[in-house]
Structures are given as structure tokens and as C-alpha cells.
Design a protein around this ligand. Structure first.
Ligand code: NDP
Length: 464
């Protein structure tokens, strides 16, 4: 009798199945393409109790009741198709856990549909990529807590550990909450990656540093709060040589067209719907979209001047050491602001949906295994950390502005850094120019305005 079934033996499903087996959980596996199942069993059966099935119904029958099945198939139609086949095979109280990057709105519909068959459905955010899935992912199951409690003992066996050594898993109460937390996690991931890309852009184009030299600068940040998986991975990527040409850095040969699978866009779409400003995340999503049109960029490169040196004779480029110090402080502030944007979006969405998903728990679950795990999580999220953060902000803010000044002098785009600076600046400006926006709204649409000098609502004929 198997304890868990895994459907989908692609990158994630295969690694998760092996992780369960290595932890001595009797694991049944099924993949649409049978050859994949056979090769998987042949290669990995020595790692633990793994049984492959060519037939989905037989796989389901092999599981102890209530059955627990995790899906790792492509999000969207494929997940829908697998759920539909499973519905006919499962019995009341059985549990489907979707480990894919599904849209939380789909999870809400699926949970309601499956409830008609008395089948439990859990949307479980899983982060860590292939290595995390194998060695310990961060797990964000969301849904009915009674159902989640039944799979928690199994999930705890495979999860990463947080800073205190506890499993990176928490039963988030609320249908769709797990998928939504994972979606925002990915939005934060987009922004951090773009932040490193922005920094790399200045270092390579203004300071003319090679990829390994830039890696050394990033490595000098490894004892700071921005240390974490994405910083370490950036250093590895910048240090990697090309196998075909060992003198070349592989990064210099990688095309600049960045792909995306949707979670960043969902984060921004949802933020717009909720009226939560997430400009750094949005800038990262737009940067990938702009990167996807190389032909257009090539044509426009001939129209807009790009400078290799500044024409402003009064501008003095700081030494690379001075710049590195500014970069270190600016990146710290950007990290704080990126997570803050994500937390803001999560908190309002959690409250609106009446989910029970404490910030302390999703931030704890992100401490291990996941792509955005970082030392910064020791400074977030709540008021008790403000005493630690507040005194550091003025210097970091100056550093952030210094970076923008340098990039602007060389007409370089650093979208995530610029968006963060504007986010910080707008939030801390007592007299914004949006009085003009409000007056214009009234001028053409009679949308009314409030006055600074007296209470009430006013409208005006602005043309006379
Ligand atoms: P892969 O592309 O490696 O694997 C996709 C799997 O889905 C394969 O097993 C494939 O089977 C199966 N599949 C596709 N279409 C169908 C279908 N119509 N019916 C049945 N099975 C189907 O994907 P990943 O392992 O990378 O991702 C799986 C899920 O996990 C996705 O939702 C993804 O967003 C999410 N995820 C991925 C992460 C990553 O780092 N890769 C991290 C976290 C989550 P077949 O072999 O027959 O094609």
C-alpha cells in the first residue's frame, strides 16, 4: 500500500517523488507518457520505496485511504485534465494536492467542483526549483485545514528547514491561499532578479567589469542581509565558464530575451485590482516583456543615443569601491521595499478573503528551500524590526539616488532600481504633485476635489 501518489514526472514531480522515497515514504508515481515513468523507476528505484504505474486507475487503487495524490503537471488545461480523470477514480475524503503554479482563482473553482464529489483539494505552493524539490522545498499548502493536517506529516518529511530548524510548511487556511502566497513569492523573485540585472548593467557598461569581476563584487555582499539563494546563484552564474570555450563567461553568450510563465503577471494584475502599489515587481515584469522584442530594440538603438561615457563634464564617476558601497546599501533598501510590496499585497488579499495566513508564517516558510530565501527575512516583517531598519534608511536612500544619477548620466535603464526609488520617494513626500491630477480630473470630468484650507468637496469651472 502506497502512502502518496505523484502525478507528473517532469522536473518538479520527479524530484519530489525521489524526496518522498528518500524519506522512506511509499510513493506511487504516474506520468502521462509511460516511457518517462519506466525510465524514472529504472534510474531511481534504488533511492527508496518507489512504484511506477502505467495505468492511473491502478495507481489510485494502490494508495491507502484516504488517498493523497500530488500533481506536478503543467498549470492550466493540463492540470484541469488530470483532475477531471482523477475525479472519476477517487472516493469521498480522498485528497488531491496541486503542487503546480496554478492561479488561485482556478483553485477556488476546482475546490468547489471537487467538493460536490466530497473530494478534498489543496492548492500547494512549492518553491525551490529542481534542487529544492529534491533536497527540501518550501511548501505553502492552502485550503481546508482538516484536509491539510492529513498531508502535513508527509509534507514535513520532505520540506526544507527554517532558520530555527523547523519544517518550511504551514497549513494556510483559506481556499486558494497557498497558490496566492506562491504567486506573490514569484513576483518578489522577479523583482530581485531584475535588481541584480540592473546592478550588473551598471557594472558591466559603466565600470567595464567582466562577469567574474562583477561576481566578486556580489560575493562581497554575502555577509550582508541581502545574502540568500538568488545572490549565491547570481555569483555562480557570473562565474560560469562556457564549456565550449573555457576563456569565455557563459553569461556573455546567453541571449537577453527573458521568458516568463505568468506568475509575475498575475501578481501585478492582482495588485492593480487590489489598488496595491507594487512598482518594483511591475518594473521587473515589464523589463522581461521589453526584452522579448530584440528586433524592435535593434531598430530603436539607432534612433536613441546610447552613451559609453557621460557628456556631463561636471559629473565625476565614483570609484568602483565607492560605487560598491552605495550598491550594497541601495540593494538592501530595494530588498526591504520589494518584500514590503509583496507583504502589502498579501496582507490586503488575505484580509479581503478572510484567510488565516499569518505573515509570520509565510515569511517563516520562505526562510528555507525557496528561491527568495534570504537573510533579509530576519529583518521582516513587523513593527518590532522597524527600530533596526529605520536608522539605516537615510544613508541607503542616498545610495539609491546615487545609483540612479550614475545610470542616468550614461542613459542606462535600471528599471527595478528606479521604480523602487520612486516608490520610496512618493511614499515619503508630504506634498505630492497629484493635486494637479486631481484638479485635472475635476476640470474635465467634474470628479470634485478636496481643498487644503477648508473641509468639504468642491468642483470648479477651471476654464474661466
Ligand atoms: P515539466 O514541464 O518538467 O513537466 C510537466 C509535466 O506535466 C510532465 O510530467 C508532463 O507529462 C505533464 N503533463 C503536461 N501536460 C499534460 C496533460 N495534458 N496531461 C497529463 N500530464 C501532462 O514541468 P515542471 O515539473 O517544471 O512543473 C510542473 C508544475 O510545477 C508546473 O505547474 C510548474 O509551474 C510548477 N513549478 C515548477 C517549478 C520549477 O522550478 N520548474 C517550481 C515550482 C513549481 P509528459 O511527460 O507526458 O509530457
Amino acid at each position: 500500500v502506497n502512502q502518496i501518489g505523484i502525478i507528473g514526472l517532469g522536473t518538479m514531480g520527479a524530484a519530489i517523488a525521489r524526496n518522498f522515497a528518500r524519506n522512506n515514504v511509499k510513493t506511487a508515481v504516474y506520468n502521462r507518457t509511460t516511457q518517462v515513468t519506466n525510465e524514472f523507476i529504472e534510474t531511481f528505484q534504488s533511492e527508496g520505496p518507489l512504484t511506477g504505474f502505467e495505468d492511473l486507475a491502478r495507481m489510485v487503487k494502490s494508495l491507502e485511504a484516504p488517498r493523497k495524490i500530488m500533481l506536478f503537471v503543467t498549470a492550466g488545461k493540463a492540470t484541469e485534465a488530470v483532475i477531471s480523470s482523477l475525479t472519476e477514480l477517487l472516493e469521498p475524503n480522498d485528497i488531491i494536492v496541486d503542487g503546480g503554479n496554478s492561479n488561485y482563482k482556478d483553485t477556488i473553482i476546482r475546490t468547489e467542483t471537487l467538493a460536490k464529489h466530497k473530494i478534498e483539494f489543496i492548492g500547494c505552493g512549492v518553491s525551490g526549483g529542481e534542487k529544492g524539490a529534491l533536497e527540501g522545498p518550501s511548501l505553502m499548502p492552502g485550503g481546508n485545514p482538516t484536509a491539510i493536517q492529513q498531508v502535513t506529516p508527509l509534507l514535513e518529511k520532505i520540506a526544507a528547514k527554517d532558520f530555527a530548524g523547523n519544517p518550511c510548511v504551514y497549513a494556510f487556511e483559506g481556499i486558494g491561499s497557498g497558490n496566492f502566497i506562491k504567486t506573490v513569492h514569484n513576483g518578489i523573485e522577479y523583482a530581485i532578479m531584475q535588481l541584480f540585472a540592473d546592478s550588473y548593467e551598471i557594472l558591466r557598461k559603466i565600470y567595464n567589469l567582466s562577469a567574474p569581476e562583477i561576481a566578486d563584487i556580489f560575493a562581497s555582499f554575502s555577509k550582508t542581509k541581502i545574502n540568500g539563494f538568488l545572490l549565491e546563484t547570481t555569483i555562480d552564474v557570473l562565474r560560469k565558464k562556457d564549456n565550449l570555450n573555457p576563456d569565455a563567461s557563459l553569461i556573455d553568450l546567453v541571449s537577453d530575451e527573458a521568458g516568463a510563465k505568468g506568475t509575475g503577471t498575475w501578481t501585478v494584475q492582482h495588485a492593480l485590482e487590489m489598488a496595491v502599489p507594487v512598482p518594483t515587481i511591475a518594473a521587473a515584469v515589464f523589463a522581461r516583456q521589453l526584452s522579448a522584442s530584440p528586433e524592435i530594440r535593434q531598430i530603436k538603438a539607432g534612433i536613441f543615443a546610447h552613451k559609453n561615457s557621460t557628456s556631463d563634464t561636471a559629473f565625476k564617476l565614483p570609484s568602483v569601491d565607492v560605487f560598491t558601497k552605495d550598491l550594497k546599501q541601495a540593494l538592501w533598501l530595494c530588498f526591504i521595499m520589494i518584500y514590503t510590496q509583496g507583504i502589502h499585497l498579501l496582507e490586503l488579499t488575505i484580509a479581503e478573503n478572510n484567510w488565516n495566513a499569518p505573515a509570520t508564517e509565510y515569511l517563516r516558510v520562505w526562510q528555507g528551500g525557496c528561491i527568495i530565501r534570504s537573510e533579509i527575512l530576519t529583518q521582516l516583517p513587523t513593527n518590532e524590526y522597524l527600530d533596526e531598519i529605520t536608522p539605516l534608511i537615510p544613508d541607503a536612500h542616498t545610495s539609491l539616488n546615487n545609483l540612479i544619477q550614475i545610470a542616468a548620466n550614461f542613459q542606462l535603464a535600471i528599471p527595478s532600481i528606479t521604480a523602487t526609488r520612486d516608490y520610496v520617494a512618493y511614499q515619503s513626500t508630504p506634498d505630492l504633485p497629484t493635486n494637479l491630477v486631481q484638479a485635472l480630473r475635476d476640470a474635465f470630468g467634474a470628479h470634485t476635489f478636496a481643498r487644503k484650507d477648508k473641509p468639504g468637496t468642491f468642483t470648479e469651472d477651471w476654464s474661466s
